[in-house]
Design a protein around this ligand. Structure first.
Ligand code: FEO
Length: 397
């Protein structure tokens, strides 16, 4: 990414990591890369909004220098300090010692643990609703704690009606110089945003809902997040999705069928369940926990109303990758879903009871149908057909 104009005086100066970082947060696969966006405002005063990750730092500094065009940098606005944006702050301070840092009280506390106290002593500390005048542009600050860190804040440019939203409304995926969402969202684009939300911000639905209430009072023409595309065409759609996701409400009726199988028997029954559900007209997707990273499964749970989990019993418990997935749903505060189960094993089968206990621990989650037991390669076909019928009826209700 080079320097790209967002509006007359506002520029995108971030950069994308296309292949240098295989795991975001050393946890989430990003085969499509990721963009680290930053923005620059050229007014009577100049301001850079957010830093960059170390992987793209050199490109970011080249872009910032180009955008400045020889002018001094007056402000470094720190909307979010997580090192995927904050890694460049030390170098920013050294390169532009005349620039004043701008953050809230929590920014100051957290940043002082990353850089020396001297660097933050002169920070311009802003609170909810306070403003920073740059000339034609005035930034109004909105505190957004836990979206995604305690110090997180956004700012709204009243002149161009831009919301600089830091992690909110972000997405996985590297971007080029086509930084706007001018093309229609396809499934792939939507999944990049959903998987990012569900796994990175998903735990903080209540806090995201609070941000959406604040955003409802603003006239927003453009959203500039720190990952993904600049949003100007799909603002209504992303606000609709964020309202669903933050309320832990499914986007659509349908079933995420996920299975854990060691020798193929559980996989075969899960596939049969998936095919029968499709035959009844139910929208469904099928994943193998051993082949699919948990982040994609979590994304599927944020999308669909129902989950059918089929797991072999392992060490008298749930198969480890299935257990990790179910534990992640609890960690991310997933709510309002319906779960059904197939358990399997050759003796002492217990995975069904244990999976059910995990689902029942999730807020406002229901169990649909009776758990079907697959013993080695044998199962009660009538019970299996009844479970599929019960799930289909629940989805269609
Ligand atoms: Fe993209 Fe929470 O940092």
């Amino acid at each position: 990414m080079s320097v790209v104009k967002v509006t007359e005086d506002v520029y995108a100066i971030g950069a994308s990591d296309r292949d240098g970082k295989k795991l975001f947060e050393r946890l989430f696969p990003i085969p499509e890369g990721v963009a680290y966006n930053s923005y620059f405002i050229s007014d009577e005063k100049t301001a850079v909004l957010d830093g960059a990750a170390s992987e793209v730092e050199d490109d970011y500094f080249v872009n910032l220098k180009t955008a400045l065009g020889g002018r001094p940098l007056d402000y470094i606005v720190l909307n979010h300090l997580e090192p995927d944006h904050g890694a460049a702050i030390g170098r920013l301070i050294k390169t532009y010692p005349e620039a004043r840092l701008v953050g809230n009280p929590k920014t100051k506390t957290i940043l002082s643990s990353y850089v020396c106290d001297d660097a933050v002593s002169d920070m311009l500390v802003v609170c909810e609703g306070e403003e920073l005048k740059l000339g034609k542009h005035t930034l109004k600050f909105i505190m957004t704690p836990m979206v995604h860190w305690p110090e997180s804040m956004m700012c709204y440019d009243e002149s161009d009606k831009i919301l600089f939203s830091q992690d909110a409304f972000g997405a996985f995926g590297a971007e080029g110089d086509e930084i706007f969402d001018d093309k229609d969202f396809d499934d792939e684009r939507l999944e990049k945003m959903r998987r990012y939300y569900a796994n990175i911000v998903g735990k903080y639905g209540a806090q995201v809902s609070a941000v959406l209430k604040k955003a409802a009072g603003l006239d927003i023409k453009t959203i500039c997040p720190v990952h993904g595309l600049v949003i100007r065409k799909h603002i209504g759609e992303v606000l609709r999705l964020y309202t669903l996701w933050s309320g832990y409400l499914p986007e659509e009726k349908g079933v995420l069928v996920v299975y854990a199988s060691m020798y193929g028997h559980t996989a075969a029954l899960a596939k049969e369940a998936y095919e029968k559900l499709k035959e009844t007209g139910v929208n469904a997707v099928l994943f193998d926990v051993s082949e699919t990273d948990t982040s994609y499964l979590v994304s599927g749970v944020f999308r669909f109303s129902n989950v059918l989990a089929a797991s072999v019993t392992y060490n008298a418990g749930i198969y480890p990758k299935m257990e990790y997935f179910l534990n992640d749903l609890k960690a991310l505060n997933v709510q309002n879903r319906a779960f059904s189960f197939v358990e399997s094993g050759s003796w002492a089968i217990s995975s069904g009871k244990l999976m059910r206990e995990k689902a029942e621990s999730l807020k406002n989650c229901r169990i649909v149908g009776d758990t079907v037991t697959l013993k080695a390669a044998s199962y009660d076909k009538a019970a299996f057909d009844k479970l599929i019928a019960d799930i289909a009826a629940d989805v269609k209700a």
